[in-house]
Design a protein around this ligand. Structure first.
Ligand code: SF4
Length: 252
């Protein structure tokens, strides 16, 4: 089977598996993905809002709140700069210090309109002027800017391990996942990019990461309950070798 079909088939199986288990993969970072149908400055502002809401709050609650905001108001700096705290806060759901954060977001929108012509700056000194935006928030924002420029498929060791175990990446030793340098290996990057768009990957990897955390763990993967076990070459090889050794024991 061609790699892209194999990947898609695994991906769909993972999505259904997570859905059946009630695992909210939408709540694992998708709120950090702005509405890409909007102009760039609106996307940047939405990312700022998500970062402020995310402080000391659960991803799931931020996800719900971002959805409420995007569905009910024009979530851009111009519109938010004219809102009052109570109106903004009523769209938040389960956010710690929701009132204070609403206030910070409105003030941030006003600063962006008055000082930066509605654009989110990229200079850390200027980002520091935004309300509720400390060192970690600035780092997170700049990281996203960096990722936007990147043409890479961002891999973590555990995702790389999964791609190797399932042989979506074939012909490589499993042990390479332990080597950080392999995460940007040009050969692997080029190969993956023949069938995965790096921009789409920013969303695609979310259910895969959850699946890896839940099932295909680095140590002791839960192959017996894995929905991919019938297709997974690592599982087939492991079960054949355990079958061989039990045959050996039964012969002796
Ligand atoms: S069968 Fe095992 S090794 Fe293969 S994907 Fe599932 S958990 Fe991972």
């Amino acid at each position: 089977m061609k790699s892209q079909y194999k990947f898609l088939s695994y991906y769909n199986t993972i999505r259904y598996f997570l859905k059946d288990k009630g695992i909210q993969f939408n709540a694992a970072g998708t709120h950090l993905l702005a509405d890409t149908s909007r102009k760039q400055h609106v996307q940047d502002f939405q990312f700022i809002v998500a970062i402020i809401l995310n402080q000391q709050s659960r991803n799931y609650n931020v996800e719900k709140s971002m959805k409420n905001l995007k569905q009910n108001i024009h979530l851009d700096a111009y519109n938010v700069s004219k809102m009052d705290m109570k109106t903004f806060a009523k769209y938040l759901d389960g956010i710690t210090y929701g009132g204070k954060k609403s206030d910070q977001i409105i003030q941030t929108a006003q600063i962006l309109i008055n000082e930066f012509n509605g654009q989110v700056p990229t200079d850390p000194k200027e980002l520091k002027k935004l309300k509720g935006f400390g060192k970690n928030s600035i780092e997170l924002y700049l990281k996203r800017e960096e990722n936007k420029q990147s043409k890479h498929i961002t891999l973590t060791p555990k995702t790389l391990l999964f791609l190797l175990r399932t042989q979506i990446i074939a012909g490589q030793e499993i042990s390479i996942y332990k080597d950080q340098a392999q995460l940007t290996n040009p050969e692997i990057q080029n190969y993956l990019q023949t069938f995965i768009d790096p921009i789409l990957w920013k969303t695609l990897h979310i259910p895969i990461d959850l699946f890896v955390d839940e099932v295909c763990q680095e140590e002791n993967p839960k192959c017996q309950e894995c929905p991919l076990r019938d297709k997974c070459p690592t599982f087939q090889v492991n079960s054949m070798s355990s079958q061989d050794s039990s045959d050996l024991f039964s012969e002796s």
